[in-house]
Write a protein that binds this ligand. Structure first.
Ligand SMILES: *Cc1c(COP(=O)(O)O)cnc(C)c1O
Length: 357
């Protein structure tokens, strides 16, 4: 028996979420966003679970090349494009589509000697103010790309800052995108998970879901279950020790939790070196053997402490879920003052993953 921590990956849930998204954007093709090691789920694992995906969107060119070597035939989009002119050679060789967001990228393309032309996504800044050409310049760049023999096709693309926040919305960004691109009659791509559910008008040619694929809700006021999404990854472990403490005794580093009364404490084999957020406070929910309990005191590198006081029968070996099927990751993220995106991406390499089909 090894250390009991384990991440359980449910490939059927992932396939279900992909289908749900496809039904939510019925006239679009769906890029499964698999950057950051597929939000911590494992690129290979996710791609194998989605054999019929329309395409994959990723940041890391080496991972994209591995997908082709592994036999993936679908379109693959590099969401941040290339970081050097030399990478264009690999894009042509491995048939990788790229985002273009700087004039320099277009110069590199114009000057490159490529084995075949590449599909490009002209990234437009409509108000996120992170990457992209000013939206209004789209017609000029599109015209220039149309003359470039290294370009196989042009799709116009933008990204929303607040699609997950109904009070802010996407209105200004969307109007700016439409105004700049309508006359071009080019394929479009703008919707992330939140926009797919909240703004059907943005679906366009390609939607780009990440978070929702992995079974998390992009909205703070709607649960993943209420959207029909299923949990893909569960982070599980076990109680490896228990302590009985008297009133006034403390628990863990820094003695930040002091027992107000006699308590039974469970020590769980999961810490921040496994990817559990160190800043999660006392009270963060933890599931143990069918009950919902709470984290106590500071999270250590390899362990955390939970309250077992109401369940004297629970002992070493009791199963624990840090988040997953019984305890939505969104609830844990919210208690820890972060987002499920961060929790997913943080799962450490030392946590073994078990795939359930
Ligand atoms: C990460 C990313 C997405 C996916 O966003 P979610 O909110 O996870 O659905 C879509 N588009 C771009 C450009 C991204 O970088």
């Amino acid at each position: 028996m090894s250390r009991p921590i384990q991440a359980r990956f449910n490939s059927l849930a992932l396939a279900h979420n992909y289908q749900l998204i496809r039904q939510s954007a019925p006239t679009s093709r769906v890029f499964a966003v698999i950057k950051a090691n597929a939000y911590g789920h494992g690129v290979q694992r996710v791609v194998e679970a989605l054999p019929d995906a329309d395409g994959f969107a990723i940041l890391e060119i080496n991972a994209a090349m591995d997908l082709r070597r592994f036999g993936v035939q679908q379109p693959i989009l590099l969401l941040e494009g290339v970081f050097s002119a030399a990478e264009l050679t690999a894009c042509a060789e491995f048939d990788l589509a790229i985002a273009l967001h700087l004039p320099l990228h277009i110069e590199w393309l114009e000057q490159a000697q490529l084995s075949r032309p590449i599909a490009v996504f002209l990234k437009l800044n409509t108000g996120m103010n992170r990457l992209g050409f000013p939206a209004e310049s789209a017609p000029a760049w599109a015209e220039r790309l149309a003359r470039c023999p290294n370009v196989a096709s042009v799709t116009v693309m933008t990204h929303f800052a607040c699609a997950d926040e109904p009070s802010k919305g996407i209105e200004r960004q969307w109007l700016r995108f439409i105004a700049a691109t309508q006359s071009l009659a080019l394929p479009t791509s703008s919707a992330n998970s939140a926009a797919i559910f909240a703004y059907p008008q943005t679906h366009g040619t390609w939607v780009r879901p990440g978070l929702a694929l992995y079974g998390s809700s992009p909205f703070s006021d709607q649960s993943a279950a209420s959207l029909g999404l299923q949990t893909v990854m569960s982070l599980c472990s076990e109680v490896i020790a228990t302590q009985t403490v008297a009133a006034g005794e403390s628990v863990g580093y820094g003695a930040t939790f002091i027992a107000p009364a006699p308590m039974k404490i469970g020590i769980v084999a999961c810490g921040y070196a496994d990817g559990y957020p160190r800043h999660a406070p006392t009270g963060t929910p933890v599931w143990v053997a069918g009950q919902k309990t709470r984290l106590l005191g500071r999270v250590s590198m390899d362990m955390l402490c939970i309250d077992l006081t109401p369940w004297p029968e629970l002992d070493v070996g009791s199963s624990v879920e840090l988040w997953g099927e019984h305890l939505p990751i969104d609830e844990v993220a919210s208690a820890a003052g972060t987002l499920s995106y961060e929790l997913m991406c943080a799962i450490a390499a030392r946590v073994p993953v078990q795939t359930q089909r």
